[in-house]
Design a protein around this ligand. Structure first.
Ligand SMILES: NC(=O)c1ccc[n+]([C@@H]2O[C@H](COP(=O)([O-])OP(=O)(O)OC[C@H]3O[C@@H](n4cnc5c(N)ncnc54)[C@H](OP(=O)(O)O)[C@@H]3O)[C@@H](O)[C@H]2O)c1
Length: 380
C-alpha cells in the first residue's frame, strides 16, 4: 500500500518536544477531475522540517505528509485536465512547487491575509495530502514544472525550496532585478557575501551568484566547508564566523579594485548588520531570508548613516519558481546533495538526516529516495 510520513503527536512544550516520525499506510489516491497523480521519486528536508518536529513552526499538522521538496513522474490525469496538458505531463518528470498562495507579485503574496500563503509539507493550512514525504501526491497541473533533464532525482529533489528562496533573496530582493538578464547585468563583477555556506539556501545563492558573474565570498563555522565552497563552487574567498575578527579578515580578502561588499545574502541574523556595515559600500544591500541564530537581530545607527538597505525575503512566487528552474536548466547547475537515504520506511535513517540538520553537519541537501525512476509500474 502507498505510504505517507507524518509526525506523531506527543506531549511537550515548543522547543522541548521532538515529535517522532510516523509511517502510515493509505489508499492509492485517485485524481479528481482537474488533478494529476504524481509518483514521487525523491524528497528533501529543509530546516523548517526540524522546526516542525520541535513545534517551533506555525500551523503544523499531524495528518499531513512532511516535506516541501519533491520530484516525481506524472502517472495519471483526471478526466477534465486539458488534453494537451495531460499529453505533455503524462510520464514527464516534474518538480513540485513548494508553496501555495503566491502567483507573481514581486512584493509578496497577493492576498494580505498571512494564512493565504503556506509552505507545503506538515502544514495545517493546506488541503489533505499536501507534502512530498509520500509515495503519491495529487496536484493541480499548474503546480508542476518540468524537472531539468541534467539533474538526478536526488539533485532535483534538492532544488525547489532552497532554490526558490535563494533566487528571490539574491535576484528579486538583493539585486532588484525582474529577470535573469537584468540580474546578470546587475551582478557582473560585484562583491557578494553569502553567510553560513553549509546551508541549502546559501549554497544555491552561491551557485546562482557565481553563474550571474558576481565575485562571491562566504562564511561558515567549518573550515572544510569554506574550502569546498572555494575549490568546487567558485567562491572567491571565505572566513569562519566563529572567528571574532571575521569581518576584518574578509576585508583583507576583497580585491583592491573593489574593496567593499555590494550585497550580503544572510540566513543567520545575529550581528550580521553591525559586521556587514563595516564592509558594505554606502547604500549596500543586506538581503535576509532567515535567522538561524535567534529570531531577532540588530539594526544600528551606523547602518542608517551608511544608507544600508535591509531587505527581508521569504520563499518566492510561482513566477519566481519558474524563472529559477529555467535558470538552473540553462546554466546546468547541479544542486548540492549532502547525503541520501533510501526508503520512506527507513525511519532510523531519516531520523539521521534530521540529526545532520540539528548538528549542522550537512553541506547541501538531505534527501530521501522514495522510488526508482522510470518505473511507472512500481505501483503500490
Ligand atoms: N524565509 C524563507 O523563505 C526561508 C526559506 C528557507 C530557509 N529559511 C531559514 O533560513 C535558515 C537557513 O535555512 P537552510 O535550510 O539553508 O538551513 P540549513 O541547511 O539547516 O543550514 C543552516 C546553516 O546556518 C549556518 N549558520 C549557523 N550558525 C551561523 C552563524 N552564526 N552565522 C552564519 N551562519 C550560521 C550554518 O552554516 P555552516 O554549516 O556553513 O556553518 C548552517 O549550515 C533557517 O533559519 C531557515 O529557517 C527561510
Amino acid at each position: 500500500m502507498p505510504r505517507t510520513l507524518t509526525i506523531k503527536k506527543v506531549d511537550g512544550k515548543p522547543g522541548q518536544v521532538y515529535y517522532p516520525l510516523q509511517l502510515n499506510e493509505v489508499p492509492r489516491p485517485v485524481p479528481g477531475p482537474k488533478e494529476v497523480l504524481v509518483r514521487l521519486h525523491a524528497a528533501a528536508l529543509n530546516h523548517r522540517d526540524l522546526f516542525i518536529r520541535q513545534q517551533l513552526y506555525p500551523g503544523i499538522s499531524f495528518e499531513q505528509p512532511l516535506l516541501a521538496d519533491g520530484v516525481g513522474t506524472v502517472v495519471e490525469a483526471g478526466a477534465d485536465v486539458d488534453p494537451a496538458v495531460a499529453r505533455s505531463l503524462l510520464r514527464a518528470r516534474v518538480l513540485l512547487t513548494p508553496s501555495r498562495g503566491w502567483a507573481a507579485d514581486p512584493r509578496g503574496p497577493e492576498d494580505p491575509n498571512p494564512a493565504s500563503f503556506s509552505v507545503v509539507g506538515g502544514s495545517a493550512l493546506l488541503p489533505p495530502g499536501s507534502g512530498t514525504a509520500q509515495d503519491y501526491a495529487l496536484l493541480d497541473p499548474a503546480e508542476l514544472e518540468p524537472a531539468p533533464p541534467h539533474l538526478t532525482a536526488a539533485e532535483a529533489a534538492a532544488l525547489p525550496l532552497v532554490g526558490l528562496t535563494a533566487w528571490r533573496a539574491l535576484v528579486t530582493k538583493g539585486l532588484g532585478a525582474p529577470d535573469a538578464d537584468a540580474a546578470a547585468a546587475a551582478a557582473d563583477g560585484i562583491n557578494v557575501l553569502v553567510t553560513g555556506i553549509g546551508g541549502g539556501v546559501a549554497l544555491s545563492a552561491l551557485q546562482f551568484a557565481v553563474a550571474l558573474g558576481a565575485r562571491v565570498f562566504v562564511t561558515s563555522g567549518d573550515p572544510a566547508k569554506l574550502e569546498r565552497a572555494r575549490r568546487e563552487l567558485g567562491a572567491a574567498g571565505g572566513v569562519s564566523y566563529r572567528d571574532a575578527a571575521w569581518d576584518k579578515q574578509l576585508a583583507a580578502q576583497l580585491p583592491a579594485s573593489r574593496p567593499y561588499l555590494d550585497l550580503v545574502i544572510d540566513g543567520a541574523g545575529g550581528d550580521v548588520v553591525s559586521r556587514a556595515v563595516r564592509l558594505l559600500r554606502p547604500g549596500g544591500v543586506i538581503s535576509v531570508y532567515g535567522m538561524t541564530v535567534a529570531p531577532k537581530m540588530d539594526w544600528t545607527m551606523q547602518a542608517v548613516l551608511r544608507n544600508v538597505d535591509l531587505r527581508g525575503s521569504t520563499m518566492g512566487s510561482r513566477a519566481e519558481f519558474r524563472a529559477m528552474v529555467d535558470f538552473v536548466r540553462r546554466h546546468t547547475i547541479h544542486p548540492i546533495v549532502s547525503r541520501v537515504v533510501r526508503g520512506l520506511d527507513d525511519i532510523a535513517a531519516i531520523d539521521g538526516l534530521f540529526e545532520d540538520i540539528r548538528a549542522g553537519r550537512q553541506f547541501g541537501k538531505l534527501v530521501i529516495e522514495i522510488s526508482p525512476e522510470g518505473e511507472d509500474s512500481a505501483k503500490l
